[in-house]
Design a protein around this ligand. Structure first.
Ligand code: ATP
Length: 819
């Protein structure tokens, strides 16, 4: 075994957030894989300050393998497996040390705050909310003495690297600690608390930060760990409130968290279809804002809307920095509009609960990146905060991120709201504009008559979460701008049957939260009868065409674009939003519906795993949808901690299955007696015609012998999800608005051409795509080269690169030498 590379400690600090456990799990497992010793620090910085009070002070020499029973130069094969896979020094699991602070497993950890951990110590941490290693707000760490004690404790344990998962305060603390470190080491040396050898060896502290905060209040990253789970909780509550509000024709004022950041209020407003929101960084522009709010809500009531939802962030303020309180908003609605109004404060329900799929994937990817950042760190390199931009994990200098975050609060206090907004990511501003566009019936925003369009909206392929939200957004945008939104029911078949109808503002009001497709959808392509399709385009005088769907939508767009030479009716701007749970549209990293689907998968697998664990030694083979695309199986495996997974891209071979059986036998043989874990295998439905889910389950049952048994479960259409996830709803809004602007832009430029001779340029038939950190429009012509039309998927997929991570964190890489 190679020598220990680093000794890494991971801690969670500040307010807890869902996904912190997944971050700790990833740091522990990946750290071990990379040859590091990994420690957890209980109770945040407080644990760092207290250290191991009862433990005898040890002098640990870095990389001195003789001091460490686990790292002899020449381990036997079995030792190697146990060192890698089972426990650290087992401290987290040791029983009977007193009764102070309990580990969730029931083990006492009295007087010990910095604890060596191993692979199995973090098993099944994915599904747990909050943080299992504890968090605290440490006053001691804010003092120089506290940080001196923390430095001494780290050096005493031989730790040279830390990962801090917390909010802006915690990362500020990390930054202070990093800057101060050389002087702390110097002071410890001067007082003879540490040796000069230690002072030299620990002259530099490596720090990486991951942002765990439900408020999403950190600058220089799009999203923080726990924010989406909090949004799930908020949307669940508002979805529930909606039905009672509708029944009684009531108004509800909902208060959500967010002292300095309105992300939760804004995203909840967008995803839950609220009427009005109040956030800290953009106070209401109108003065007095009460008039504006009442006018907006009255407009809705006038057209027959029965319910009103207003969302207030806890840090909401007016333009003069006076707080806007939920109770006051309620009084205004009651007194001025005569509405029966109630206040609901969601409070700590927003923090808790099972992490959503994204809060398992994001912290896993970021935990791995944090370990890489530590291993690559040098005294010259800056400390990094691990960030994400659109779909790309990246590193940003911690100091800059902390400074920019502080600058937001300062800008707000100076009433410079434009500056405050400029520090938020671009999506924030787009969402705010988007919210206004879909929630306010403002009749002053209409375009001149000659620029208005008749916009046809169609859903294609299988239903996917977010399709209705996209249709709703397009409809409302159109109405606000004076365009005519026209529904085509039941896809191209419906168009040929003249199943076409105008949409209205109120008709789509509840569509945000509805799963499936309200317009109806099927897989019929327009080439079933292109001439008839063109004649319907002409008959209904479509000026623009908006497709929402998966591979079929993309193919339909391509067919229509290619037919422009034959049919002038297709010389109009056309755009497609990818929406499919399989996420198989080429070029784009993301399709609407795939987040809803991953959440459905995670929920089902949590239940299955619980059953598998209760039976102690059961392997569940779970079959997923996805057609010929392995997205759900691969990312699902990463989000559930599956030990094996099978995709159509890789197929299944006899040799591979043999290795999987060997791996499972080895893994189960290492479980503590009576404490074997339930384990998951995910298999995409189209991975192999021969090695079916049923076959694999029976094979494992036969081969498992006394070590494990197996069962199978097919998730089938449950993966299309019930209620769409907040991410799919919010992205539906964002993408639809961009698409509408795209159609408008191309329509206006086409108007410059003589009416009967208009030639729409190639780029006016496009798909909106996310590629890493960029959202843009890819002309459908350019997409064909990157499509595997036979297998209905893209040629190259971004999630391929996460396959090694699934194998690593599933334990396979460490146990079995991969070929
Ligand atoms: P949340 O976003 O949930 O509030 P947070 O990480 O911002 O989380 P804070 O209470 O602000 O929570 O900070 C957590 C801990 O980080 C503090 O209790 C303190 O120990 C440490 N900390 C914060 N700021 C500093 C600082 N300037 N110097 C040293 N330590 C700090």
């Amino acid at each position: 075994m190679s020598k220990i590379k680093r000794k890494i400690a991971v801690l969670t600090s500040g307010g807890d957030s869902a996904g912190m456990n997944a971050c700790v799990r990833a740091v522990v497992k990946y750290g071990i894989i990379r040859g590091c010793e990994v420690y957890v620090v209980r109770e945040g910085y407080e644990g760092l300050v207290r250290g191991n009070v009862d433990a005898p002070k040890r002098k640990v020499a870095f990389n001195d393998s003789n001091n460490d029973k686990h790292h002899h130069g020449d381990d036997s094969a079995e030792d190697k497996l146990i060192n890698n896979l089972r426990f650290g020094d087992g401290n987290l699991l040791k029983e009977g040390e007193g009764d102070a602070i309990e580990h969730p497993g029931g083990r006492s950890l009295k007087g010990r705050y910095i604890i060596r951990v191993g692979w199995d110590d973090v098993r099944a941490w994915f599904a747990e909310g909050g943080t299992l290693i504890g968090t605290a707000r440490s006053a001691a760490f804010r003092t120089k003495e506290g940080r001196l004690a923390a430095a001494n404790n780290l050096i005493t344990e031989g730790i040279d690297s830390i990962v801090v998962c917390g909010g802006d305060g915690s990362l500020t603390g990390a930054d202070v600690f990093r800057a101060e470190w050389p002087s702390l080491v110097n002071e410890l040396r001067q007082s003879n608390t540490i040796t000069s050898e230690q002072a030299e060896r620990y002259a530099h502290l490596n720090i990486a930060g991951t942002v765990g905060s439900i408020d999403n209040d950190m600058s220089m990253t799009d999203i923080t760990i726990g924010a989406y789970t909090a949004l799930h909780r908020i949307c669940e509550s508002i979805d529930n409130i909606n039905s009672t509000a509708f029944s009684h024709s009531r108004a509800f004022v909902v208060e959500v968290m967010g002292r300095h950041c309105g992300w939760l209020a804004l995203m909840a407003g967008v995803s839950a279809g609220a009427d009005f929101i109040f956030i800290p960084e953009r106070p209401p522009v109108a003065d007095p804002w009460e008039d504006d709010m009442c006018k907006n809500i009255q407009n809705h009531r006038d057209i027959g809307k029965r319910k009103t939802i207003v969302i207030v962030a806890e840090g909401a303020i007016d333009a003069n920095l006076n707080p806007i309180r939920a109770e006051y908003v309620k009084d205004v609605l009651t007194e001025r509009l005569g509405l029966d109004t109630r206040v609901t404060c969601l409070g700590h329900t927003q923090r808790g609960g099972r992490p959503c799929a994204y809060d398992r994937l994001l912290p896993t990817m970021q935990g791995v990146e944090a370990v890489d950042a530590l291993l690559e760190s040098t005294p010259e390199s800056p400390s990094y905060m691990i960030a994400i931009h659109e779909n790309k994990i990246s590193r940003v200098p911690l100091v800059e991120a902390v400074a920019q975050t502080r600058a937001v609060a300062k800008a707000i206090s100076e009433k410079d709201f434009e500056r405050a907004m400029s520090y938020r990511d671009p999506e924030f501003r787009e969402m705010l504009d988007g919210f206004v566009a879909v929630s306010s019936l403002d009749y002053t925003k209409k375009l001149p008559k000659e620029q208005r369009m008749r916009v046809a909206i169609i859903n294609m392929g299988a239903p996917a979460g977010g399709m209705n939200a996209a249709t709703r957004t397009a409809t409302r945008y159109c109405i606000r701008r004076g365009h005519k939104p026209i529904a085509i029911y039941n896809g191209f078949r419906g168009l040929l049957e003249d199943n076409v109808e105008d949409l209205s503002w109120l008709r789509v009001d509840n569509w945000m939260t509805r799963g499936g497709s309200e317009l109806g959808t099927n897989r019929t392509l327009p080439d079933i009868d292109l001439g008839a399709v063109a004649s319907q385009f002409q008959k209904h005088r479509f000026d623009a065409f908006f497709l929402i769907g998966g591979f079929e939508a993309f193919r339909s767009l391509q067919i229509l674009e290619e037919a422009r030479g034959l049919y002038p009716a297709f010389h109009i701007p056309m755009v497609c939003v990818p929406a499919t749970i399989s996420n198989n549209v080429p070029v784009t990293d993301y399709s609407l519906g795939c987040d809803t689907s991953l959440n459905a998968l995670v929920e089902a697998c949590d239940a299955i795993k619980q059953s598998a664990s209760a039976s102690r030694n059961r392997v569940f083979v779970v079959e997923t949808q996805g057609g010929k695309c392995g997205y759900i199986a691969t990312m699902g495996a990463l989000a559930t901690g599956a030990v094996c997974y099978y995709t159509p891209e890789d197929g299944i071979t006899l040799d591979g299955l043999r290795k999987d059986v060997e791996f499972l036998k080895l893994r189960y043989s290492l479980d503590e007696k009576g404490k074997a874990e339930g384990r998951l295998i995910l298999r995409n439905e189209a991975s192999s015609n021969v090695f079916t889910t049923d076959f694999i389950q029976k094979m494992l049952q036969e081969e498992g012998g006394s070590l494990f048994d197996s069962r199978m479960a097919s998730l089938g259409h449950t993966l299309q999800g019930g209620i769409p996830s907040p991410m799919d709803r919010a992205r539906a809004v964002r993408f639809s608005l961009k698409c509408m602007a795209f159609l408008e832009r191309h329509h206006i430029s086409l108007l410059a051409q003589p009416e009967l001779k208009r030639k729409a340029p190639e780029e006016s038939a496009a798909v909106i795509t996310i590629q890493r950190n960029e959202v843009g429009f890819t002309p459908v012509k350019c997409m064909l080269a990157r499509a595997d039309v036979k297998n209905r998927r893209g040629n190259k997929t971004w999630w391929e690169e996460y396959k090694p991570m699934v194998s690593m964190l599933g334990g396979r890489t460490a146990l079995v030498e991969e070929e």
